[in-house]
Write a protein of this length. Sequence first.
Length: 488
Amino acid sequence: MGSKGKPELRDNLQLWYYPPQPALTYNQAPAPDRFFCHSLLLRMPYKLWRVKVLCPNPACGQHQLTGGGLHKRARQVLDIDRMYNMVTETLICTKCKASHVSWSQTVLQQLDLGHRSEFWVILTQKYACDIRVIRLLRERGLGNSPTRVIKQLKENHSEEWLQRLARYTTQCVDFLSGPGVLPITFQEPPASTVVPSCKWLLTVYSQDILTRLNEIHARITSTHGSILKMDSTKKITKKLAGTAKGTGLWLTSVGNEFGQVLISVLTAQEGAGLDRMVDGLVRRYQEAGVDPPAVLYVDCGFCTDVGETKLKARFRGWPKLTVKLDIWHFMRRIAVGCTTDAHQLYPIFMSWISACIFEWDAADVSLLRQAKRALLMSQGWPALTDADVNKHLTREELALHCRRRTHGKETTILLLEQLLTELMSNKGNDSLGVPLLDKERMEHIWSVQKKHIKCIQDPPGVALYTETGSIAREVFCYGPTDGTAQIV
């Protein structure tokens, strides 16, 4: 108590105040206060750390705010398994007589990173939420929805409340079993705390995103790549609901060789509205001082008979950019000639198309064969020929340790024509006699797509594989960086 008989703050304040623990033994009837009390967070940057906070009013000329005592309202904060209370101070400007609460954004924005990080609470109108709860939602996945988080919070709070209730009732039973003359009555324990709804949790999560908006923007715009892939899909836009339903028909994304997405935009139709996206990408590379990408894989607009394509003109900021047809999309174009994708030979047909387009690097296969032979001989196998070793090489080992490259235009055309000719005969029928290919349709498709074989060949002088490690001498692990993987 102060000199005027009113409560005053002590000088040696601390950030956290923890409640006293229940006594080990009781000589009188135990009360539930100590069993169900909460911790206290003292959020007072001016009183605790003596930080300098200025008045936001321009007329005050950056006048320093002074302490005005405790704020009249305390907040209850939702934590992982319990609630705790939080109080703050009021800061007053002696010039304009305006008052500011220390947990407001006006004060928080003036604090340095170290002091601001001590305030890990997000406030709403009625409740407040600890940042540890929000972190559960930052890594969104299949099993990490707001509903699941709310259920987990309710379970944690219920178990914590039951544990405290068990301690309280145990002390009551022990005291009741002791000697006594008068009847004993115990106070009822407080009800369990109510966990807010999923809607409230999403609101708090949105506020957390807004506080990290500059960091998120910087992280996204600092993503670059030398080999890009641009693709569009309708799968995401079909999930739009409510007022957003029907506002966008296509989602166009640009990814790099590491599987990272550089940018995504929603458009009313494929190709429309991409100029601003492209200009933003070009400007991002220029401002970061990063070399422009060498190759861009797309599904359309990659070649033309006369002049330059619209896509090439759209990327005029990168004059040396090579635009190529994505090989997966080329394979899908050929697969349209199949009668059905449920045909028995369909998976084999797709793998045969891949074999007609790609070949394994002979040097990498030779090194892998030597390593495999040495491994088999160490396990007691006799001397093996190359053909015998090849039987022990799995598809996964080839994909991990050997690089692939395209056969070349002429070889690819020859191999694909041989494959299609053979499968359009009786050899393309399944066990019930159903043909794999529609002959008339496939002949038309091949006559149209044949000219695009040159558009899927590897660009000269561009490394399409990245060395990711090694498991033995001269046997390396490679990761593809070309346009054969999907990003959307």
